[in-house]
Design a protein around this ligand. Structure first.
Ligand code: NAI
Length: 294
């Protein structure tokens, strides 16, 4: 199957979906972006536009290309508008049940040759694919890293029935976006989160059991192991809710108690501390009120 990609659909306009949409736009595709929350969709459109403007100020693309890219963006509230898309990738909440419901809808509205992809961090592609009636080979994991326009990697996951043709077409699209592709078998957490999340969880245990302060845990891992961000800082960046969801998928899928999310991590999420996207996580991102000028 050789796919000439012209239009893609992105469902979910949060941190990941808006970044994936931006990649499609700057690489010449028409992009249909949908979010069930109208405000989130408006935020996504604004952040894409600002980000593309930044590319212009840095001299990475011309004004004319930026304006053409933004004209190719169609924000919509109707899935049906994605009916001609060559690939539809979902980046909605990390819940198997909700993603399955979406795949049933995507299966219904998309053209038969469309590739249906999931940006899931950890959920079984085989089970997501099984929610659809179309030939199972059209569902694949296309896992971008955060933030998608910057990070160089895309992890591609073939479900039990995903064909090699679908894999090759998806890989070609990721490469068109300038990404390096790695390929994972369909086991919980795939490659990156299978290794990353237990480390983040352990950092929460270190904080929970009073081994050190959050700053020292992060500095230890940054300077001691040459990571660009400490694990707690990274958890805030990913979203603490997303981290808990991934740990639960690892726990359920791999059946080992070592994947139980740390009680402190769970408590932060229960308290609504979701990380950077919401202003408070392990760290606070609220701007301090400016002192009144005298
Ligand atoms: P987010 O919370 O920033 O965005 C999710 C968006 O999906 C929200 O705007 C929400 O309104 C929308 N949404 C939820 N249910 C929907 C539905 N049924 N239909 C349409 N829109 C819906 O989440 P984020 O961080 O962008 O994550 C999205 C997906 O990407 C998850 O599966 C996550 O595991 C995965 N992912 C996240 C990474 C991260 O660092 N945050 C990295 C790689 C993958």
């Amino acid at each position: 199957m050789t796919v000439e990609f012209e239009a893609i659909g992105v469902v979910g306009g949060g941190q990941m979906g808006s970044g994936i949409a931006q990649l499609g736009l700057v690489h010449g595709l028409r992009v249909y972006l949908l979010d069930s929350d109208a405000q989130a969709l408006a935020r996504a459109s604004k952040s894409i536009s600002m980000s593309i403007q930044r590319l212009v100020s840095k001299g990475n693309i011309s004004e004319a290309d930026a304006s053409a890219a933004l004209q190719r963006l169609h924000c919509t509230s109707k899935l049906e508008e994605m009916k001609d898309c060559d690939l539809i990738v979902e980046a909605i909440v990390e819940s198997e049940e909700i993603k399955k419901k979406l795949f049933i809808e995507l299966d219904r509205i998309s053209k038969a040759s469309a590739i249906l992809a999931s940006n899931t961090s950890s959920i079984s592609i085989t089970r997501l694919a099984s929610a659809t009636n179309r030939p199972a080979q059209v569902v694949i994991g296309m896992h971008f890293m955060n933030p998608p326009p910057i990070m160089k990697l895309v992890e591609i996951i073939q479900g039990a029935q995903t064909s090699d043709e679908t894999f090759l077409a998806t890989k070609a699209l990721a490469q068109r976006f300038g990404k390096t592709v790695i390929c994972s078998q369909d086991y919980s957490g795939f490659i990156v989160n299978r290794i990353l999340m237990p480390m983040i969880n352990e950092a929460f245990y270190a904080l929970y059991t009073g081994v050190a302060t959050k700053e020292d845990i992060d500095t230890g891992m940054k300077l001691g192991t040459n990571h660009p961000m400490g694990p707690l800082e990274l958890a805030d960046f990913i979203g603490l809710d997303v981290c808990v969801s991934i740990m639960r998928v690892l726990q359920a899928g791999l059946g080992d108690a070592k994947y139980i999310p740390c009680p402190l991590l769970v408590q932060y999420v229960d308290a609504g501390r979701l990380g950077r996207k919401q202003g408070l996580g392990v760290y606070s991102y609220h701007k301090l009120p400016e002192l009144a000028k005298s």
